[in-house]
Ligand binder design. Structure first.
Ligand code: PCA
Length: 212
C-alpha cells in the first residue's frame, strides 16, 4: 500500500509550518505501507496542482494532507471538505479569493474517506490529544482536502483521502504565551498513530469487501 502524505510551506508571517516539519519526521514505511512525503505551497492554484501531479505520478492508495491551524490545542482529524474558498488572508502568491467555489462541477461537500474516528482514538491511545473536526475552514487547507476528495470521486475511485490540522509548536508562540501549542515530537507521534489507524482501517474495509 502507498500513502501520499503532504505538509504545507510556512504562511501568514511564520518561518516554519509544523505540518511539514512533522510530516518530514515520519518514517518511510508505516504498518507496511510506503510513505511518500510532499511539501505543498500555500497557494490556492499551485497547491492543488502539486497534489494532482503527485497523485498522478504515484497513484497512492491513500492521501493524507496535513496543515497548521494556529490556535487549536489538539490534533484535529477533519471530517468534511466544502466547495468554498473564502480567504481571510492572501495566499503566498498574494491571491485572496472570496466566496468562490473550488470546483464548479463538484459536490457542495465531500466527507473524508479515512476512518476518522479510529484515527482520533488511535492518536489518543498514543498519548496525544485529538478530536474530530467538522470544518477545515475555507482557506488553502480546506481546498486541498476538497480537491483530494474531488479527484478520488472523479478519477481515482479506489483512493481514500483525508486531512489533519495540527497546532502551532512552542517555538511559534514564544511571543504569544496565551496561544496553545504542541511539541513537534507529539504532533509527529499523533500523525504516525493516525496513519496506523488509517492503514488498518483500510485493510479491514478491503477484507470485508472480499468477503461479500
Ligand atoms: N494551514 C492553512 C493553509 C496552510 C496551512 O498549513 C489552512 O488551515 O488553510
Amino acid at each position: 500500500m502507498k500513502l501520499l502524505v503532504t505538509g504545507f510551506d510556512p504562511f501568514d508571517g511564520e518561518v516554519m509550518n509544523p505540518s511539514w516539519e512533522a510530516v518530514r519526521l515520519l518514517p518511510d514505511e508505516i504498518a507496511g505501507a510506503q510513505i511518500i512525503k510532499k511539501q505543498v505551497p500555500v497557494v490556492f492554484d499551485r497547491g492543488r496542482e502539486v497534489l494532482a501531479e503527485e497523485v498522478k505520478l504515484h497513484r497512492p492508495d491513500m492521501v493524507l494532507c496535513v496543515g497548521q491551524a494556529g490556535g487549536i490545542d489538539t490534533i484535529h482529524v477533519e471530517r468534511i471538505g466544502i466547495n468554498l474558498i473564502d480567504a481571510r488572508i492572501a495566499d503566498n502568491d498574494g491571491k485572496q479569493p472570496v466566496d468562490v467555489p473550488i470546483r464548479e462541477d463538484g459536490a457542495n461537500a465531500y466527507f473524508s474517506t479515512l476512518p476518522v474516528k479510529a484515527m482520533v482514538e488511535r492518536i489518543g491511545a498514543a498519548g496525544v490529544k485529538a478530536e474530530l473536526s467538522y470544518s477545515a475552514g475555507s482557506y488553502v487547507c480546506n481546498t486541498l482536502l476538497y480537491e483530494a476528495l474531488y479527484l478520488a470521486d472523479r478519477f481515482y475511485p479506489q483512493m481514500k483521502a483525508g486531512f489533519i490540522h495540527v497546532p502551532y509548536i512552542p517555538e511559534q508562540v514564544t511571543e504569544r504565551p496565551d496561544t496553545p501549542s504542541m511539541e513537534l515530537a507529539d504532533i509527529a507521534k499523533g500523525l504516525l498513530a493516525a496513519i496506523e489507524a488509517a492503514v488498518g482501517g483500510q485493510e479491514i474495509h478491503v477484507s470485508m469487501g472480499t468477503l461479500q
